[in-house]
Design a binder for this molecule. Structure first.
Ligand code: ZN
Length: 405
């Protein structure tokens, strides 16, 4: 034990793999976890200058990880109704989001970050077309990886890569934030832009992310050059006049271009064939399932179990408040538990914590209750006296607070 420690004792201590310690404790010093174990083993080492906090009816869980969010849309809560018409929704969102001032976007980011922290989030991915509005995310918990979102085709798209790389480099240098590149989606970004983004990201050791196989409409756009996304973007004259259908689905098109030569953080992946799942597995990619946003758009069942069975890392995200009621990852896990009652609570917890940390390249700092990781974890309670505390966490509606030292 270090000279001065903070000890958090709780009725249950639950690791990211779902292992439960009854009457357990987590010892923290200098912002790090130094020991996790049964209170009976830790108690003899408690010194006079140590602080002990007790939570007799609560569980300690690892801090939560939100692997896909758009904090800059946190002023959009309640503005949109659930719809199966994704193209109409994204059109209405574009009308609302683009006229906003930078001050308004910064305020939305701050609101989203505060809401995330209050919901027990210790790390996340923020996908934004305005990385310069994310300066305030650089310090402390939650740790956000800021993904600069890319749009457009051809020369304009390639210029957008260069501008975004410069903005992310500046953000990294001034705030120390982790960053990455995120071509928005195959219907708004040319293959040449995906390829350039991959190259620029690889050269800097940054991860890449994209929205992929989110809707059947996206697949129809790429494969056959049709559907309502294609009609909408044609009407706006957003598409290059010489754009041809790829004749294959988006993942095959991007794999052929080399975008899957390394891991990709794939947002959604709602519609996937076994061959496409193989591409994701072989490239070491992660898929972020956003259960409540998924339900908002009335999608067919998400293939998360098939993905896990194939060895793909599946984690959870909220997406934005334009399609999700809150930025709480525990609410996402609970929603999924309510929709699929046979889902193993241990799997859901890993998707909400360690798997998200791995997807963001932050598993050396967060995502579990383990020696050496940041001493930032969730206190969840009150819970009933039970032999299955994790199931109670997923089934009930206990409060979540972040414990930081
Ligand atoms: Zn998104």
């Amino acid at each position: 034990m270090p000279d001065i420690a903070t000890i958090c004792r709780a009725r249950w201590v639950i690791g990211a793999d779902g292992r439960v310690i009854d009457d357990g404790a987590v010892v923290a010093a200098d912002g790090r976890i130094v020991r996790v174990g049964a209170w009976s083993k830790i108690r003899p080492h408690v010194g006079p200058s140590d602080t002990v906090e007790e939570f007799p009816a609560a569980a300690l869980l690892p801090g939560l990880v939100n692997a896909h969010a758009h904090l800059g849309l946190s002023d959009m809560a309640g503005k949109f109704r659930p719809t199966a018409n994704f193209a109409a929704w994204i059109g209405r969102l574009a009308v609302r989001r683009y006229p906003r001032t930078r001050t308004a976007v910064r305020r939305a980011v701050a609101r989203g970050a505060a809401e995330s922290l209050a919901a027990g989030t210790v790390a996340g991915a923020d996908v934004t077309t305005q990385p310069q509005c994310d300066e305030a995310l650089g310090a402390g918990a939650p740790r956000w990886r800021v993904f600069g979102e890319l749009l457009r085709f051809g020369e304009a798209g390639l210029r957008h890569v260069d501008e975004t790389v410069a903005a992310l480099e500046a953000l990294r240098q001034t705030t120390g934030a982790a960053v990455g590149l995120a071509p928005h989606a195959p219907y708004t970004v040319g293959v040449e832009v995906f390829v350039r983004a991959r190259r620029e990201a690889d050269a800097r050791g940054w991860p890449v992310s994209t929205h992929l196989h989110e809707t059947q409409d996206e697949i129809a756009f790429i494969e056959r050059g049709e559907g309502s996304l294609h009609e909408w973007l044609s009407r706006l004259k957003f598409l290059p006049p010489d754009l041809k259908p790829a004749g294959v689905r988006p993942i095959a098109m991007l794999a052929e271009a080399g975008f899957f030569n390394g891991p990709v953080l794939v947002a959604h992946g709602n519609y996937l064939t076994d061959e496409e799942i193989d591409i994701l597995a072989e490239s070491g990619s992660s898929v972020v399932y956003c259960p409540r946003s998924h339900a908002f758009f009335k999608h067919a069942n998400h293939p998360w179990r098939r993905l896990l069975a194939a060895g793909v890392n599946v984690c959870l995200g909220t997406d934005s408040l334009a399609s999700s009621p809150s930025l709480s990852i525990l609410d996402e896990a609970r929603f999924l538990a309510s929709r699929e009652p046979d889902a193993d609570p241990k799997t859901l917890l890993a998707m909400a914590t360690s798997r998200g940390a791995r997807a963001l390249g932050m598993d050396d700092r967060v995502g579990d209750l383990r020696e050496g990781l940041a001493a930032e974890f969730c206190v969840v309670g009150p819970l009933p006296d039970t032999d299955a505390p994790l199931a109670a966490v997923m089934a009930g509606d206990p409060d979540v607070t972040l414990f930081e030292t």
